[in-house]
Design a protein around this ligand. Structure first.
Ligand SMILES: Cc1ncc(COP(=O)(O)O)c(C=O)c1O
Length: 422
């Protein structure tokens, strides 16, 4: 790593207004360059103290009284904080279950509603997360006559915007897409696509898993109907953190939750057998929430609310611009392909680079180079840039190590066999 370039990177870091947030996160191994915060965010130091207090004071001391004192409104309290990051109003977001379960309940609710209007098609793209597609296919087993149409991307990087628009017709009930797609990081124009769905009479359901905490999202401005998203990636809520769901206010009373339970019941402690759904967003939940896991999401959200999504986006683009510039300079001639959009408008906060030896190169990065990205088939190494704790020095050093792995053929000693988790 040349001294001049290192100095430039240190200057970029010292001038970065977000640099001071890096130490708010736990860095067990301070030499590790962690570029997988798009899969599992780092642990905020505040979460450690917060959890000690939740466990000792709330669970330990309050015991069952904890429900009345702290926990009944917790899913909405945390949901309302997430709402501020995605342009939703108070009372439109709640934390519950996993992204997959939330997607199932909102997609099925939308399909049951649209069935009354003789609309039975779900439209999605082949860049969507596989779990989402499995959910849609599962729904077609339940709703007679329904089907899923998966619109292919021409290059497996960019969303098939025109073909999606052509695919929407009088029978389309629901258009559902990942706002930022998991492999290439391509980000849809939410306002444009939502308007297309509405023009065709369809509802739209966005999966925000790779957008929330990564870039500004404005559900209200784009008039989105439904959304789900994950809290363990950019939001740093911890492994397996519960997810969130969003239902636009006007739709909340029109849609019925297909996964009813006592937590979606209006006066749940009256224990009546007759079901009367809650008037609030709680009507889209089911049963007892994992209180400790929901609590663990909150400290990180407070950091996001302090920093603001515009500052996060500015730095994210700074980091990905640097990575792409270094890619052109050092990696393109080594057999790497950039499998992510170059245009800011369509760029999320992670970048995929393909290489025919992608798997073994990634193993070398992890096992001997102290750089930790992840791998997505067929041959993509995926680098996640998390503005709260990724530095410009990290980006530069990671690219230099990646180059070294290939020029010195360090990857050759690793097996081609894939491990269970990639
Ligand atoms: C875009 C997207 N949607 C859905 C999921 C599934 O989330 P969960 O495991 O919380 O159901 C993931 C998981 O990584 C994802 O990346």
């Amino acid at each position: 790593m040349s001294e001049t370039n290192t100095n430039v990177m240190h200057t970029l870091d010292s001038e970065d207004p977000l640099n001071r947030y890096r130490d708010l996160f736990f860095h067990g191994n301070s030499d590790l360059i962690y570029l997988d915060g798009n899969s599992l965010g780092r642990l905020p130091r505040a979460t450690m103290n917060h959890m000690r207090s939740i466990v000792a004071d709330q669970w330990g001391d309050d015991l069952i009284r904890g429900w009345g004192k702290h926990w009944m409104g917790l899913q909405s309290k945390v949901g309302n904080k997430i709402a501020k990051l995605i342009g939703a109003d108070e009372g439109e977001v709640i934390v519950a279950d996993s992204t997959t379960i939330n997607l199932y309940r909102l997609a099925l609710a939308a399909m049951l509603y649209q069935k009354q209007h003789h609309r039975t098609r779900i439209v999605t793209d082949n860049l969507n997360f596989p779990s989402d597609v499995y959910v849609f296919e599962g729904i077609t087993d339940i709703i007679k006559g329904s089907r899923v149409d998966i619109i292919p991307s021409a290059d497996n990087i960019s969303g098939p915007v025109n073909d999606l628009s052509k695919a929407l017709d009088d029978h389309t009930a629901l258009l559902s897409l990942s706002h930022t797609v998991f492999k290439s990081g391509y980000t849809y124009d939410m306002t444009e696509i939502t308007a297309q769905a509405h023009d065709a009479g369809a509802l739209i359901l966005w999966d925000l898993s790779h957008s929330v905490g990564a870039l500004p999202v404005d559900l209200k401005k784009s008039r989105a109907d439904l959304a789900v998203g994950c809290c363990y990636k950019y939001l740093n809520g911890g492994p397996g953190a519960p997810a969130f769901l969003y239902v636009r206010k006007e739709l909340q009373q029109k849609l019925s939750n297909p996964t009813t339970g006592w937590f979606s019941q209006n006066k749940m402690f009256e224990m009546e057998l007759e079901y009367d759904p809650a008037a609030t967003i709680r009507r889209f939940t089911s049963g007892t929430p994992p209180v400790l896991a929901v609590s663990a999401i909150e400290p990180s959200l407070d950091i996001f609310l302090e920093v603001g999504m515009d500052a996060i986006r500015k730095k994210s683009l700074g980091l990905t611009d640097l990575f792409i510039g270094l890619f052109d300079q050092h990696l393109a001639q080594l057999g790497f392909e950039l499998n992510s959009p170059r245009k800011h408008k369509y760029r999320g906060s992670h970048i995929s680079v393909g290489h025919e030896e992608g798997w073994r190169i990634n193993q070398s990065l992890i096992q001997e180079m102290n750089v930790l990205p992840d791998f997505r088939p067929p041959n993509n190494i995926r680098f996640g840039f998390t503005p709260l704790y990724t530095s410009y020095v990290d980006v530069y050093t990671a690219v230099m190590r990646l180059r070294q792995v290939v020029t010195e053929k360090l990857y050759e000693k690793y097996s081609e066999e894939k491990s269970e988790v990639t």
